[in-house]
Ligand binder design. Structure first.
Ligand SMILES: *Cc1c(COP(=O)(O)O)cnc(C)c1O
Length: 350
């Protein structure tokens, strides 16, 4: 007997993730550093000063305003939710249900997962073999029909940043028929910034998160930067009072003290280069160039490499399923000590 649940949900897999303990955790593209302790203390103080018996802001207005100020964006065009993955679900609900959900493959698995759950017509165009964008096929798809298009820049899990002019070509092809989502989860590590492209295009949106460079994955917060018109429509789908007072207090403190970010980002970028240099002559592993805080690495045998690393206390992410990622592991950039341990293990395993 099966439950009286929509078949699309019954037939969808759960999000593929199994937590595993390891002393060096490089599997989730998190910041290896916690939120600075003095800021945690400030956030806790502010949390304590709020009234927990009262509902929070209806639409996280206080945080919206702080994000708008930080990003130099019209506050009416900001939507804040508990993680950008929530926004991916809502945007699919907004524009992909009974319509098309277009993305590339491989890409962030949540785009396809939400399309399945919400019964969008999923179309995943394979990347070229060098992971560059399949421009002609994408343009052909975008020139007909409507729906939502998800594109991560830089991309995940390949770590590649595509030329802006290619994205502009895709925008041109999409016209005003598609909700065009540029997922900028890792933009701090690539130095790219699509705000100027999003500005003035009502159907285009940049998705950003506090989970990576900000080092606040545990807090759960992400946001969209878009036009006031589109923000209004998305906001209708966000549960009212969905962003708690505790969330708001901590995020406000973070947004008032972004100084710690730059130093961390520059360390990660330097470390990424150090790892790439150290492993460029590896006898059997190939690193793909990365513009993010993680690297995609091709090995002769992903299971063996994964196991060998884990035996040395290092947890990384396997990339199952996609033939283009055969043998591949995804490894986050950690602290310098963690990265040195990873480099040593990688050379030993070769
Ligand atoms: C990590 C990541 C996000 C962020 O998700 P949150 O829900 O904000 O933690 C979004 N998009 C991509 C491609 C990511 O890798």
């Amino acid at each position: 007997m099966s439950l009286p649940v929509r078949p699309a949900v019954l037939s969808s897999p759960a999000y593929p993730f199994t937590p595993i303990d390891a002393s060096i955790k490089l599997d989730q593209n998190e910041s290896p550093y916690d939120f600075p302790d003095f800021l945690k203390a400030l956030a806790l103080e502010r949390t304590r000063a709020t009234a927990w018996n009262r509902y929070p802001d209806l639409n996280a207005e206080t945080v919206r305003r702080a994000v708008a100020k930080f990003e130099n964006w019209d506050e009416r065009g900001v939507v804040v939710t508990t993680g950008s993955n929530v926004l991916i679900g809502l945007i699919t609900e907004l524009a992909g249900m009974n319509r098309r959900v277009l993305t590339v493959k491989p890409s962030f698995s949540l785009y396809a997962l939400e399309a399945h759950l919400l019964e969008g017509q999923l179309c995943e165009v394979p990347l070229n073999t060098d992971f560059s964008l399949p421009l002609e096929e994408l343009k052909r798809e975008l020139e007909t029909g409507n729906g939502v298009f998800y594109l991560a820049q830089p991309q995940a899990p390949t770590g590649r940043l595509d030329p802006v002019r290619e994205v502009l070509e895709l925008l041109e092809a999409a016209g005003e028929r598609w909700i065009f989502v540029i997922d900028e989860a890792y933009h701090q590590y690539s130095g790219s910034d699509y705000r100027a492209v999003v500005r003035g295009r009502a159907n285009v949106l940049s998705l950003r998160t506090f989970s990576k460079a900000w080092g606040l994955a545990g807090l759960r917060a992400g946001y969209a930067l878009t036009s006031p018109e589109l923000a209004l429509e998305i906001q209708k789908l966000v549960p009212p009072f969905g962003f708690s007072t505790l969330h708001s207090a901590a995020l406000e403190v973070a947004l008032e003290h972004p100084e710690y970010l730059l130093e961390r980002i520059s360390e990660t970028v330097q470390e990424r280069q150090r790892i790439a240099t150290a492993l460029q002559n590896h006898p059997s592993w190939t690193l793909f160039p990365s513009s993010t805080n993680f690297m995609l690495i091709q090995t002769p045998d992903a299971d063996a490499a994964y196991k060998g690393l884990l035996e040395r206390g290092i947890l990384v992410r396997k990339q199952g399923g996609n033939p283009m990622l055969e043998g591949c592991l995804r490894v986050s950039v950690g602290t310098p000590e963690q990265n040195s341990a990873f480099i040593a293990a990688a050379l030993e395993l070769g």
